[in-house]
Design a protein around this ligand. Structure first.
Ligand SMILES: C[S@@+](CC[C@H](N)C(=O)[O-])C[C@H]1O[C@@H](n2cnc3c(N)ncnc32)[C@H](O)[C@@H]1O
Length: 273
């Protein structure tokens, strides 16, 4: 693993996450044998808009039981479990952070689903050419220093007729203040402009088929989060558990940049050719 990748895995990993998730659910009155993938939604969709954003990204992609899906940078496996559950697809999750992969496996065993999780990098995917019909990337690009390399890898593992669906935070203006959910410090933040993504896709011979700029979704998401915090305080189970002791500062820095229009989550879908 490259130095940057070590730092990124260290940023996300640490501290018996699976045990803490079980404890948090128990505080909400959900015992281990009752846990379904639905109970995990407050924590296992680690991107702006949560499950609704995942559903919107996937809506027009014709996923079915025969679709081989790779969720690159799958985190603790929320989107991967959702795709397997909703569409019956054959799903593989790939992630750099060993703690996240271990947690994804344990949670999936608990919900009784069939999803394969692999440790590795989206910049050097441990899969043969033409292995997948759909590659998804949700809020991972901000940690990828080399966008052209990611798009080349995605194009390589996609079978003819496949699709790549990206939902990343992209940059229009000033860089937000640190810390951020994906980086404590500047050395592992690689926020790029939408044009950088489009150029990298074009170089990998991937054609844009749809784009949705989701600034409004993001502003509503952070406003809702702040209102919930003000009304009820932090819930036992939630995204702050994935963001460490500076979680509140990270969320505030991101919300400020979203509200200023400096960053925006953008969905882009591509097809080979
Ligand atoms: C903000 S989280 C998003 C997780 C997940 N996609 C989701 O939406 O819930 C970013 C994830 O990207 C992973 N990641 C960062 N760089 C990566 C790389 N080069 N290859 C694979 N995963 C990577 C991190 O380990 C982390 O799980």
């Amino acid at each position: 693993m490259a130095d940057t990748e070590h730092r990124i895995a260290a940023h996300y990993g640490g501290g018996d996450l699976y045990g803490r998730i079980l404890d948090a659910l128990a505080k909400d009155g959900v015992t281990r044998d009752q846990i379904t993938s639905g109970h995990l939604k407050p924590i296992d969709e680690f991107h702006i808009g949560g499950l609704e954003a995942t559903e919107a990204l996937l809506a027009d992609l014709f996923i079915g039981p025969a679709t081989r899906v790779l969720d690159a940078g799958c985190g603790i496996g929320g989107a991967a479990r959702f795709i397997a559950g909703r569409y019956g697809a054959q799903v593989t999750g790939l992630d750099l952070t060993p703690d996240f992969v271990a947690t994804a496996r344990s949670l999936t065993a608990l919900t009784g689903q069939q999803v394969t999780f692999v440790e590795g990098s989206a910049l050097d995917m441990p899969f043969a050419d033409d292995s997948f019909d759909l590659v998804t990337l949700l809020h991972v690009g901000m940690n990828l220093p080399d966008k052209p390399r990611f798009f080349r890898e995605a194009a390589r593992v996609l079978a003819p007729g496949g699709r790549l669906a990206v939902y990343d935070v992209m940059r229009h203006g000033a860089h937000p203040d640190f810390p951020l959910p994906w980086a404590e410090t500047p050395d592992h933040s690689f926020l790029d402009t939408p044009q950088t993504y489009l150029d990298a896709a074009q170089a990998a011979v991937l054609t844009l088929t749809a784009r949705a700029d989701r600034g409004e979704v993001a502003r509503a998401f952070f406003a809702r989060m702040q209102a919930q915090l003000a009304d009820h305080g932090p819930r036992p189970l939630g995204l702050p558990m994935l963001m460490g002791p500076t979680a509140a500062e990270k969320a505030a820095n991101m919300a400020r940049a979203v509200n200023a229009g400096d960053i925006e989550p953008i969905a882009m879908t591509f097809r080979p050719g």
